[in-house]
Design a protein around this ligand. Structure first.
Ligand SMILES: C[S@@+](CC[C@H](N)C(=O)[O-])C[C@H]1O[C@@H](n2cnc3c(N)ncnc32)[C@H](O)[C@@H]1O
Length: 243
């Protein structure tokens, strides 16, 4: 069970992704807990302002530190190791390894920025982690927080069904995953590779491993650079001309 506390000025944005598919099932089963905190509720001035003009001038608005700090204070966390995360394009790049590491915590707190971002004192005084979901700029941190919730939740035991497994996923093994096929065996003359219909599990495993390696070399050669290959795997790669 992992608990996510998400601070946002648009908590309603989470309704749809949390209300369907595996995340909904995980919530219903109590495997994950998502607590949304509306930062606006901690804006105590008459107009409930959560943002203000930047000191020094310039366009855009900046999210104020006080409502964020007050919201954080209202959330109890188990210990000082609990990640208090600011979602920001300037943060450490999110990846599967980070998702695995975060899934080892009991609770994650995430702050979603908007506009020009948050007052710098949120970054320097209130959080212990900054995460970016990629080298592009979104309008707000809600989608970023959902990406983290989704990637971390599917690693929580019980969230994926028995037949599914995160173990062989792309990146989990350090490689891109092999291709998948399902019925029918032939459609429009497009055939499923014979070996997958053979019932020979050793051959199927070899085929999958080989496809995974060839695909990784073609699309993400950087992943193969430090990957420990067996002699058999080296020969598969040598036998197949580089694209
Ligand atoms: C328009 S962005 C602010 C960008 C900021 N002015 C900058 O240049 O770094 C508004 C908010 O969206 C979220 N955001 C945007 N892109 C993101 C990304 N790649 N990863 C994580 N959060 C992001 C952050 O919470 C950010 O505070």
């Amino acid at each position: 069970m992992i608990r996510f506390d998400i601070l946002s000025v648009f908590p309603e944005m989470f309704a749809s992704p949390c209300g369907s598919s595996l995340l909904k099932k995980a919530l219903d089963k109590g495997l994950i807990d998502i607590r949304l905190h509306d930062i606006r509720e901690q804006a105590l001035d008459k107009h409930r302002m959560t943002d203000d003009a930047p000191y020094g001038g310039g366009g855009g608005m900046v999210m104020k530190v006080e409502p964020i700090e007050r919201t954080l204070r209202s959330i109890s966390v188990p210990d000082e190791e609990t990640p208090i995360i600011l979602l920001t394009p300037q943060g450490e790049r999110f990846c599967q390894k980070m998702a695995e590491e975060l899934a080892g915590h009991r609770q994650l707190v995430m702050i979603c920025g908007h506009y020009e971002g948050v007052d710098e004192r949120v970054r320097t005084k209130l959080v212990n982690r900054e995460i970016s979901i990629g080298d592009y700029v979104l309008t707000g941190g809600e989608l970023s927080a959902m990406v983290v919730v989704d990637a971390v939740s599917r690693l929580v035991p019980g969230v994926l069904g028995n037949s599914e497994s995160a173990g062989e996923d792309t990146f989990s093994m350090g490689l891109l995953e092999y291709p998948h096929y399902t019925r029918p065996a032939e459609y429009n003359g497009w055939k499923v590779p014979e070996v997958l219909l053979s019932g020979n599990h050793r051959e199927i495993n070899d085929w999958r491993r080989r496809e995974s390696l060839l695909r990784t070399r073609k699309r993400r050669p950087d992943l193969l650079r430090d990957f420990p290959l067996t002699e058999k795997e080296k020969s598969w790669l040598a036998d197949e001309a580089e694209p």
